[in-house]
Design a protein around this ligand. Structure first.
Ligand SMILES: *[C@@H]1O[C@H](CO)[C@@H](O)[C@H](O)[C@H]1NC(C)=O
Ligand SMILES: *[C@@H]1O[C@H](CO)[C@@H](O)[C@H](O)[C@H]1NC(C)=O
Ligand SMILES: *[C@@H]1O[C@H](CO)[C@@H](O)[C@H](O)[C@H]1NC(C)=O
Ligand SMILES: *[C@@H]1O[C@H](CO)[C@@H](O)[C@H](O)[C@H]1NC(C)=O
Ligand SMILES: *[C@@H]1O[C@H](CO)[C@@H](O)[C@H](O)[C@H]1NC(C)=O
Ligand SMILES: *[C@@H]1O[C@H](CO)[C@@H](O)[C@H](O)[C@H]1NC(C)=O
Ligand SMILES: *[C@@H]1O[C@H](CO)[C@@H](O)[C@H](O)[C@H]1NC(C)=O
Ligand SMILES: *[C@@H]1O[C@H](CO)[C@@H](O)[C@H](O)[C@H]1NC(C)=O
Ligand SMILES: *[C@@H]1O[C@H](CO)[C@@H](O)[C@H](O)[C@H]1NC(C)=O
Length: 478
């Protein structure tokens, strides 16, 4: 009797556990970044998020308008303690209490806040005072939540892939945390996450890994499109069919190396840019290296494929952790026009700021009944090949430019001879023209010796020949 009674109970229990686990985790969310001055209101945004069928929302603060707009939506919400508060919170428990009272308690009844992230990519910043305060701040937030009777909110912190020694990424089994914070920050963090049954939140961008070496990494492999390209890890014999799995497993192996093989990974961000800017410093060579592969075709392909992989039931996991659920957020809801950095940073959105789709996508992972509309063919997947020149950037600081001109002219062989008085490049007699000549001349001699076209941001590469009739600028051929 006992035996027959127990078996169904165990089965039921197991089903309950696995179903609820899958329901809690095997769904895709969206990162709702707000760095734009032209974005829809929080309540319109919540409707758009629902139309994308996202199950979770991650915000980069605890914006009360957004938390109110998310009331009674059944969407799991991740909120964030701003980077700037970490140092103070780490030393002052009352500040953590205050933050919880102001930003969590007013919403817990109607908004499903489930994750509280302490800072964003803290270990990617050079500010190593905050590094040492990160885990203490996470502990304070955890204690405050529990003290206020909040038990459903997991505390974590999202880290970028530069948390690993770059030389250790391939093979994945060689994954190793960076030595400058592995023992001081990561080890206590893993202890905390394991103890509190939280997640290791990571930002995973195959796009950036591919971009670092587009000639050797196959684009289809990065887009989860490769049919016949695999990589076998020589240490484990595990076979990889896409770059995403390789990156995630490198983190699993790094955790394992520190004695924590089983902390679940949560993909705090992943995505692919749908474009870049044409008009900014460094972006003149749009078909060149800093924005290649950023287009609607690749963005739609990557995001559709990753959603399909992450929502598959039963969960597929990765080669090192088969069957493991990877909860996730796609970055991002909108193209955000005020995000700093190169143009691609402002083009990760699934939606334009006016709320229309950049491309069709369904974050629930359900295959569409009818075919998606055809995507525009990519035109910038190949690195630029041809001549480039190095010229003074628009709006460069003139006193700094004058110093850079002097610097460039003092190097190489006859670098600035043609701009001397009476020589073919002396006219027009402008600092901008002379500096542009000097930068091109310098770059043409020093590129092969490891020199670059930067001059502290005063210089930029162009693909259009800046030469005049009488003055030929030296070029570099890629
Ligand atoms: C941190 O605490 C110091 C000392 O109390 C205070 O002066 C400072 O404004 C606080 N910083 C923030 C970001 O709250
Ligand atoms: C922080 O960085 C400085 C300068 O690089 C270094 O001297 C110091 O040891 C670092 N501190 C920690 C805790 O890593
Ligand atoms: C493994 O990682 C170490 C440390 O980062 C590095 O020195 C080594 O070259 C890597 N081994 C391989 C085979 O890539
Ligand atoms: C992690 O947590 C599990 C269960 O909670 C525990 O059994 C294990 O010892 C912990 N691992 C470490 C390295 O502390
Ligand atoms: C892999 O597939 C591509 C495109 O279908 C094809 O061009 C290539 O020859 C194939 N390579 C191998 C090794 O089968
Ligand atoms: C990997 O495969 C090779 C060849 O089949 C075998 O000799 C080796 O023992 C395997 N290594 C592991 C870690 O399984
Ligand atoms: C929304 O913005 C995009 C990109 O600027 C534009 O192509 C599209 O026509 C706009 N749609 C509407 C309905 O305004
Ligand atoms: C321009 O550069 C000079 C020195 O290189 C610096 O002292 C000055 O602050 C800069 N001006 C601006 C507006 O950035
Ligand atoms: C300058 O000329 C000398 C002698 O021809 C040569 O050794 C050197 O490499 C040249 N420097 C550069 C930067 O091309």
């Amino acid at each position: 009797m006992m035996k027959t009674g127990l078996a169904p109970l165990l089965v039921a229990l197991f089903l309950f556990l696995s179903v609820s686990d899958a329901e809690i985790s095997n769904k895709v969310g969206i990162c709702y970044g707000q760095l734009g001055n032209n974005l829809p209101s929080p309540s319109q945004s919540v409707k758009l998020i629902q139309s994308l069928k996202a199950s979770r929302v991650k915000i980069y603060d605890a914006n009360p308008d957004i938390l109110n707009a998310l009331k009674n939506t059944d969407m799991e919400v991740s909120i964030m303690v701003p980077n700037g508060l970490i140092n103070n919170i780490s030393s002052t428990p009352s500040l953590a209490d205050q933050w919880v009272r102001d930003n969590v308690l007013p919403y817990t009844r109607e908004t499903k806040i489930r994750y509280l992230l302490v800072g964003n990519e803290i270990l990617s910043s050079a500010d190593n005072l905050t590094w040492s305060n990160l885990v203490p701040a996470m502990e304070k937030m955890e204690n405050s939540l529990r003290a206020h009777g909040v038990h459903k909110v997991k505390v974590g912190t999202p880290l970028a892939m530069d948390m690993l020694e770059s030389s250790s990424l391939v093979p994945p089994s060689n994954g190793t945390f960076r030595s400058d914070f592995s023992d001081s920050v990561i080890r206590p963090m893993l202890e905390f996450l394991n103890r509190t049954k939280s997640f290791f939140f990571i930002d995973v961008y195959p796009y950036f890994s591919w971009l670092s070496d587009p000639t050797n990494i196959n684009l289809d492999y990065a887009l989860l499109e490769a049919k016949n390209i695999t990589y076998t890890d020589p240490n484990t014999n595990l076979t990889y069919t896409n770059l995403f799995d390789q990156l995630v497993d490198a983190v699993f192996f790094a955790m394992e190396r520190l004695g924590y093989p089983n902390i679940p990974i949560f993909i705090a961000e992943t995505g692919w840019p749908n474009g870049g800017d044409f008009d900014q410093i460094g972006a003149d060579i749009y078909h060149g290296f800093d924005q290649i592969g950023a287009n609607i075709y690749n963005a739609a392909t990557y995001n559709r494929n990753i959603v399909k992989k992450l929502t598959k039931k039963p969960a597929v996991g990765t080669p090192a952790r088969p069957g493991r659920v990877l909860a996730s957020f796609i970055f991002a809801l909108y193209n955000e026009n005020q995000k700093p950095g190169i143009g691609t940073e402002r083009h990760f959105g699934l939606l334009y700021p006016n709320g229309t789709n950049v491309y069709e996508i369904d974050l629930s992972g359900v295959e569409p009944k009818k075919e998606y509309k055809p995507l525009p063919k990519p035109t910038n997947n190949e690195p630029y090949k041809g001549k480039i020149w190095c010229v003074a950037a628009k709006g460069a600081n003139t006193s700094a430019l004058a110093s850079a001109l002097t610097y460039a002219c003092a190097r190489g062989n006859g670098t600035c001879d043609p701009i001397k008085p009476g020589k073919p490049c002396s006219k027009p007699d402008s600092l901008f023209w002379h500096a542009s000549y000097a930068f091109s001349s310098y770059y043409a001699q020093f590129k092969k010796l490891g020199g670059n076209c930067d001059f502290n941001g005063l210089a930029t590469q162009v693909v259009k020949d800046p030469s005049s009739k009488s003055c030929k600028f030296p070029s570099v051929t890629l």
